[in-house]
Design a protein. Structure first.
Length: 279
């Protein structure tokens, strides 16, 4: 499945303009043979827009979702996009996947909020693994900071995710996440990981770009630079199956040893190792 990564911050504060940017990118992606187009975190509205987040937030089945479904059907490709989701009085940082026929396949709410800005504007989601199938590929969704917690990605691996899509708003000076962590996450969990970033200055943030799609061998199939871009790479189920057969990570796990991972680090017991009392 050819996958397109739209590296862009769009037009912060304007859903109308961002839908135009998305429509134009979908046309280019479809012309290049893509079956799936991915956008960054909060692409629909912009990220650093303060109280406009609540004003522009929409339900998962709102008007903008309908507009994106029309874009998907008109160009014949699935679209995963980041947006602020309103559910009653609650606002989530969400990503939704819409199929090439306009069906809403999956909606994910970011579970790990980064910094005071996000905690001031969003409520964290509670569902760790959200998946849907596109052309025989099991697609899972995380958002930005979520992927930096290895437990989240491992949960997807154990649930059979083939392609993990990660809309992100990765800022300076954390570019090592795109450069180093994402290929490692793909390798250690035996999946493809598509990490799609915003770019350039926005409010007090400087987004670093470097969107990438990494394979289960830990090698980036494509990588954008620091400017606006549309990059493409293929997700190959046959290569993934062969890689999983040859890589023993998931088979060699010993879950019985990992109980301490769910305990709060400040409450871990002390143990003696060669006379040294260590946590």
């Amino acid at each position: 499945m050819r996958t397109a990564l739209l590296q862009s911050s769009g037009r912060p504060g304007s859903t109308v303009e961002n839908l135009k940017v998305l429509d134009e990118a979908a046309g280019r992606a479809a012309a290049a043979g893509a079956g799936l187009l991915l956008t960054p975190e909060m692409f629909l509205t912009g990220y650093a827009i303060g109280d406009d987040i609540a004003r522009l937030a929409e339900p998962a089945d709102g008007d903008c979702a309908d507009a994106i479904a029309e874009i998907a059907t008109s160009h014949g490709l699935a679209i995963a996009y980041g947006y602020p989701e309103r559910a009653g009085e609650t606002v989530f940082n969400s990503a939704q996947l819409i199929s090439a026929d306009g069906t809403r396949l999956a909606n994910y709410r970011k579970t790990h909020l980064f910094g005071c800005f996000e905690r001031d504007h969003f409520t964290p989601g509670e569902r760790q693994v959200v998946q849907a199938e596109i052309d025989g590929v099991r697609v899972g969704i995380l958002i930005c900071y979520d992927v930096e917690f290895p437990e989240n990605v491992r949960a997807h691996a154990l649930a059979g995710t083939d392609l993990l899509v990660v809309p992100t708003a990765q800022m300076h000076p954390f570019q090592f996440v795109a450069e180093s962590m994402i290929p490692v996450r793909a390798f250690e969990n035996q999946m493809y990981v598509a990490y799609v970033n915003r770019v350039g200055p926005e409010g007090k943030f400087e987004f670093v770009g470097l969107s990438t799609l990494a394979g289960p061998d830990g090698i980036a199939r494509t990588r954008a630079g620091r400017g606006e871009d549309l990059v493409l790479a293929d997700v190959d189920p046959a290569f993934l199956a062969a890689s999983r057969e040859n890589n023993p990570y998931l088979r060699d796990r010993r879950p019985g040893l990992y109980g301490s991972l769910v305990r709060h680090p400040l409450n871990r017991p002390f143990v003696s190792v060669q006379g040294v009392r260590t946590p």
